[in-house]
Design a protein around this ligand. Structure first.
Ligand code: SAH
Length: 273
């Protein structure tokens, strides 16, 4: 059954006692966190990101339409973290980078660039780690020149800001990744077994949320609640509502059932006229 006292003492001395299941848990939670760089201009920033990730134990790098990649500059800046670059997945759309991710966080240098929930890096890291015990989490980083565009922010459950000088708040891209990666590591070490969601909460991914939004938009058009000439603000607000509520699989099924029943009722009404 239990190890001998000699073995236990030896394990403690060699540090192995600390590298047991707890450390496996830290590594597996960190491995479920995707760092997603969108449309990066400078390949050196991609390499520096790989390095920033590796020192903190992150390994999953996703690149959406990088301007120049692969590149010798990226490899030089990775400085020994080229295994992260080699495993990096290059995508031609954000959709594929987010596939299978129930939690998406978008980092932003600008406070309240969109009226969306905004938290600081520490809180975001705690939430990410609490969830990465059971599913994938994506953290999005924007372009060097102008960050994330509105459509990208609207794919996020909330935005993350690194507190900084309000008059000079924009960090270099890879340095922003470094701070987030550090907070993720600290959070990973602090996470025991906290779960923020009820035990029967079955996560849904970004595609299922997009499916809900499309269905909702179509139903609101069918109901003539949504004016197709002015559709954008309403859908933005509804997206924000559902992204905040984080519906699970069951709830999505109920909502889609309600939408389908509404569409059927509209169909029947127009037939009987
Ligand atoms: N000029 C851009 C900033 C781009 S900096 C803007 O105004 O949005 C490149 C990226 O680094 C940002 O898209 C964001 O992902 C990250 N970043 C830089 N500073 C940050 C900060 N203070 N908080 C959170 N993310 C930041």
């Amino acid at each position: 059954m239990a190890d001998s006292p000699e073995k236990a003492a030896q394990d403690t001395r060699s540090g192995a006692a600390m590298a047991g299941p707890e450390s496996d848990d830290i590594e597996s939670r960190l491995s479920r966190i995707r760092i997603v760089l969108i449309n990066t201009t400078h390949p050196g920033n991609i390499g520096a990101t790989a390095r920033a990730m590796k020192v903190m134990g992150l390994s999953s790098l996703h690149l959406v339409t990088p301007k120049i990649y692969p590149s010798a500059d990226a490899t030089a800046m990775a400085s020994g973290a080229d295994d992260i670059l080699q495993k990096a997945v290059v995508h031609d759309s954000l959709d594929s980078a987010l596939a299978g991710c129930p939690l998406v966080l978008g980092t932003s240098a600008r406070l309240r660039s969109l009226p969306m929930p905004m938290v600081d890096a520490r809180r975001a890291a705690n939430q990410a780690l609490a969830e990465s015990g059971s599913h994938d989490v994506a953290v999005l980083f924007g372009r060097e020149r102008y960050g994330l565009v509105n459509e990208e922010m609207q794919r996020c459950q909330f935005l993350v800001n690194i507190p900084s000088n309000p008059e000079y708040s924009s960090l270099n891209l890879s340095q922003a990744v470094q701070i987030l990666a550090y907070e993720l590591r600290v959070a990973a070490q602090g996470v025991a077994d906290i779960s923020v969601n009820p035990p029967d909460w079955e996560p849904v991914d970004d595609q299922q949320m997009e499916g809900l939004f499309e269905h909702l938009e179509q139903t609101l058009l069918d109901l003539r609640f949504l004016n197709p000439k002015q559709p954008r603000r309403l859908m933005m607000r509804l997206r924000r509502l559902f992204n905040r509520a984080r519906p699970d699989q069951n709830e999505i099924n109920i909502l889609r059932g309600i939408l389908k029943a509404s569409q059927d009722a509209v169909d029947q009404g127009s037939k009987s006229q």
